[in-house]
Write a protein that binds this ligand. Sequence first.
Ligand code: SAM
Length: 473
Amino acid sequence: MYNPASKKAEEFINHEEITETLSYAEKNKRNVELIDAILEKARERKGLSHREAAVLLDCDIEEKNQEMFALAEQIKKDFYGNRIVLFAPLYLSNYCINGCTYCPYHLKNKHIARKKLTQADIEREVIALQDIGHKRLAIESGEDPKMNPIEYILESIETIYGIKHKNGAIRRVNVNIAATTVENYRKLRNAGIGTYILFQETYHKESYLQLHPSGPKHDYDYHTEAMDRAMEGGIDDVGLGVLFGLDKYRYEFTGLLMHAEHLEAVFGVGPHTISVPRLCPADDIDVADFSNALADDIFEKLVACIRISVPYTGMIVSTRESQKSRERVLHLGISQISGGSRTSVGGYSEPEPAYENSAQFDVSDTRSLDEVIHWLMEMEYIPSFCTACYREGRTGDRFMSLCKSGKILNCCHPNALMTLQEYLSDYASPETKELGEKLIAKELKRIPREKTREITEKNLELIAKGEGRDFRF
Ligand code: SAM
């Protein structure tokens, strides 16, 4: 039954294959010879199969685990360097007709404040986001065909791209909306979206059906096959994820990798990103009702094992995680984070009064974007607002080949520095600006190609003088 190239959910995410994989991993979790062979393969940076990866995830030999962490860190450095891309979620509407038991947007929640942004509200939100320095958004919405039809989402995207306030611009809009039709995905592609993100929530079908008791999201197959439809609709970059805490992490990890293998088998390109959200407290949601909470040390290991298994896939961690928790995983493979996020509808332009709550979950990392940027640079990461790849048509397999060729030091690295300079010149606090300029001076020297270095230097000067913006390789 298991067939990664099949278009049927139950064949490419095959329950029997997952349970066999988990017992294979359990049996081999102390098999040093096998673990060494898997680590050797992982060192070639070509990725691992879900079976191999599951053995590493289960392994409880301290010394081998340390090797895994070191390898994850090395792979992250080789492919993504010390750059961390920044984005912010923008909640458009929390009207929803689904019954997801872990999400406060669920239809039966009568005390959450229901809100939907008008195009004028969106303009205010985007200006507020531009004014703190964001260039890349992920739009989020509940599923409600009447309140949030595709036309509303498309109109919102157009509004967002159209707003130019001072030096601000949103240059990439990623979209996280419910599973939809090939036709609608094509419309999203034509609207110029970056990545289409959809979390599987859980790959375990039985749990999925219980956790999504009503509404269109109840259809496990339709949801699981959504990425295929997105790619058929012409979207090259898709983002996977599960909501950790809903079911057993070993099952989810195997499912995630099988999903990546499936996309690779059918479309010749794996997911652009993998997100690793953990369940958070929220209005009407008590995390104590969910028994599969993921411990911090397992969370770290998951990130490391994903990094090793799919080296070319970006990894995202949001403000669901605290500063401390983000520090623990950044170096193990995370390439994108959100900062200064508001999960309430309209929360960037107007803080919500205490008696109203439209938020999707309680944010753990509540720092401002400037604080996040400062913190990243203190740890010697380069905060990047780069959106060049997709604007230069480097999506799907073209992005993957850039990543595989190792040419990113002549491309992503200078782009990161130039977009950081824009942030420093336009939005940073004096302390962040000072720290950032020192970092840029140091990092400039690491651009290998002389010509590229010269052009970057010239552009950095123009940005600092206010004479140019939006340079990119
Ligand atoms: N409605 C769309 C869908 O069905 O995919 C958009 C997704 S929603 C705005 C974004 C994600 O938030 C969900 O996919 C879910 O994984 C996550 N989420 C929901 N409730 C959450 C909670 N209590 N804690 C953390 N994340 C949550």
